[in-house]
Design a protein around this ligand. Structure first.
Ligand SMILES: Nc1ncnc2c1ncn2[C@@H]1O[C@H](COP(=O)(O)OP(=O)(O)OP(=O)(O)O)[C@@H](O)[C@H]1O
Length: 561
């Protein structure tokens, strides 16, 4: 939460008294089961506190703060006592920034289709211009209120504004079009946009896109909600007594670090790495924008079958750009001198593809798409989940062709028809159906759902999976949609799999299920190369001992570490 300008320290900004029950808005009556109860915890948030909401039920706390639940009995001074005492509308003094829906919720800040292509009219508004607009809106808003009515905190001061941009690393980006900002840059820009309006409370939903317990230093307090346990208090007490007591039963995984010592996924099969065929071969690759912004400078990178790579680099260092050259999404992929990729792909042949690579411009895009399994924030935004009637099954199947739209009986078969001789086609189809069920079983609700809640007693494992496969993708939670799009990336056993921010938006149970699948060694075959993109070492499913290599991008240059 952002330090408040309101001075009366004794009245809390937020207060949910002890012995309160919090209900979903539509809950019929008091006999309905509450979302959570405060029990003996009297939860108060004061100005200058910085709270982190954690635990599986944190979403309920968030919804409560957004006014989307009913607190019973109604708190005597409202949920927002300080604003009540000042006769202010709490929701006008609160800013909510959600990162859960990935970049698309940034709206004005993102458009996947336009990013690499020619910019359209209106796409070229820069970050600086957008911030100027916001400040102008605030000026107008301010002019409509008197200083006494407390409805406007006054404009951010010039010095404070400059410091804000500096601290978020946005100063050099002011002249960059919004559309060109990288994911991390967009996140930071959205936080700055909220702060520019000088709210008393900022709610940031999943701002860090990380797997788990990296609690930023500025967090002073923690509110925890899971099943029947609600706890709120100072950070030190949480990590001391509370975690020890609450997690003593063994559920410590979420607070432990990293993947532990999983040994699966170890690339094997070739005596030395150099014996393995190349999947990607880049030499001297460059990307320059507007003739001057050099994003990639003479990048050379070879990826071989069985390789496990961690692609690293700060926000804006060019990771997405580099990967978009490999996936063929970037128009400049055609003009690179040396950008070699797999020209064919046969999931049922032992090796998976013809070992002689071809230049990107000689590979039809549908073939390239079928050779690369991708899950990324960009894909999550762009995936046309609203395609009428698209079920989970349909969505997973699109992974075989790397396409977006289910194509009738043989989803993604278009390119395969060209590749395979008559007679082999059924074999492929059979393999595909089997693979779909495999990933659905491995990563579907059987692996992560709270079984008491979502399964009726006696329901068989496959029944739950079948029911899940038939659900419209739009009916799933954001976390469930992420898991489905991960299944889509894995289903084809493509020679190259790219997993960019794979954990973001997933619930804890899903994260554990995916981790278990990666560790089991069944997720990837030895013929597959995998590139993981994350800012956090502990999110990478493999260790150096298991063959992990790192490729770092920095100031346009790339190097193997
Ligand atoms: N069309 C464009 N014009 C100008 N600059 C661009 C354009 N597209 C991208 N950029 C710039 O290229 C740089 C690299 O962006 P990219 O998305 O590849 O970074 P990234 O490493 O993936 O970052 P993140 O970790 O935040 O996702 C950024 O500084 C971005 O502003």
């Amino acid at each position: 939460m952002f330090p408040s300008r309101v001075v009366r320290q004794s009245i809390p900004l937020i207060h949910i008294p002890r012995n309160s029950a919090v209900y979903a808005l539509g809950a019929a009556n008091k006999r309905s089961k509450p979302l959570f109860e405060t029990g003996s915890v009297d939860w108060s948030v004061d100005a200058k506190d910085s709270w982190a909401l954690v635990g599986r039920g944190k979403g309920h706390i968030f919804q409560t703060l957004l006014g989307h639940t009913r607190v019973s009995p109604t708190p005597p001074d409202s949920l927002y006592p300080k604003f009540k005492s000042l006769d202010q509308d709490a929701f006008s003094r609160l800013k909510f920034v959600s990162f859960r829906h990935s970049a698309s919720s940034a709206g004005e800040f993102y458009d996947y289709t336009a990013r690499y292509g020619a910019m359209r009219d209106g796409d070229d508004k820069t970050l600086g211009e957008r911030f100027d607009e916001i400040l102008q809106e605030e000026r107008v808003h301010m002019s409509e209120h008197t200083p006494e009515d407390g409805q406007h905190p006054g404009l951010i001061e010039e010095r404070e504004y400059r410091e804000l941009l500096e601290s978020l690393g946005l100063t050099p980006l002011l002249t960059v079009p919004l559309i060109a900002l990288s994911n991390g840059q967009t996140r930071r820009a959205r936080i700055a946009r909220a702060i520019l309006r000088r709210p008393d409370i900022i709610l940031l939903d999943e701002p860090l896109s990380i797997l788990k317990d990296v609690t930023p230093a500025f967090v002073s307090h923690i509110a925890f909600l899971e099943k029947d346990t609600f706890w709120a208090g100072p950070r030190d007490e949480f990590f001391g007594d509370f975690v020890k007591r609450h997690f003593k039963e063994g559920n410590t995984e979420v607070w432990a670090n990293g993947f532990g010592t999983g040994s699966a996924g170890t690339p094997k099969g070739w005596k030395t790495r150099e014996d393995a065929p190349l999947v990607v071969d880049l030499q001297g690759v460059n990307v320059v924008y507007q003739g001057k912004r050099k994003i990639l400078d003479q990048i050379s990178w070879q990826i071989r079958q069985g390789d496990r790579w961690h692609l690293k680099g700060q926000n804006g260092s060019g990771k997405t750009t580099l990967l978009s050259l490999i996936t063929g999404d970037h128009p400049q992929s055609y003009v690179q001198k040396h950008l070699l990729l797999p020209p064919t792909f046969s999931p049922t042949s032992p090796q998976g593809f013809t070992p002689t690579l071809a230049h990107r411009k000689r590979i039809p895009t549908p073939v390239l798409k079928s050779s690369i399994g991708v899950l990324s924030p960009e894909l999550f935004d762009a995936f046309p989940r609203r395609e009428p009637g698209m079920s989970v099954w349909d969505a997973v199947q699109t992974g075989f062709g790397g396409v977006f739209v289910p194509a009738g009986e043989g989803v993604g078969m278009a390119s395969v028809d060209d590749i395979f001789e008559d007679g082999k086609r059924d074999e492929v189809r059979e393999w595909r159906v089997k693979r779909c069920w495999e990933v659905l079983e491995a990563l579907g609700p059987n692996s992560w759902a709270d079984k008491q809640v979502s399964q009726t007693p006696g329901e068989g494992a496959s029944e739950a999976t079948e029911a899940f496969a038939a659900r419209p993708i739009t009916s799933l939670t954001q976390g469930e949609q992420r898991v489905v799009l991960l299944m889509r990336a894995l289903v084809g056993r493509a020679p190259l799999v790219i997993l960019d921010e794979v954990w973001s938006g997933m619930e804890e149970g899903m994260i554990n299920a995916v981790k278990a699948y990666f560790k089991s060694g069944r997720a990837f075959g030895d013929h597959q190369a995998v590139v993981v993109v994350t800012h956090w070492e502990e999110e990478v499913p493999w260790t150096r001992e298991e063959g992990l290599q790192s490729f770092r991008l920095e100031k346009g240059y790339g190097k193997t570490e």
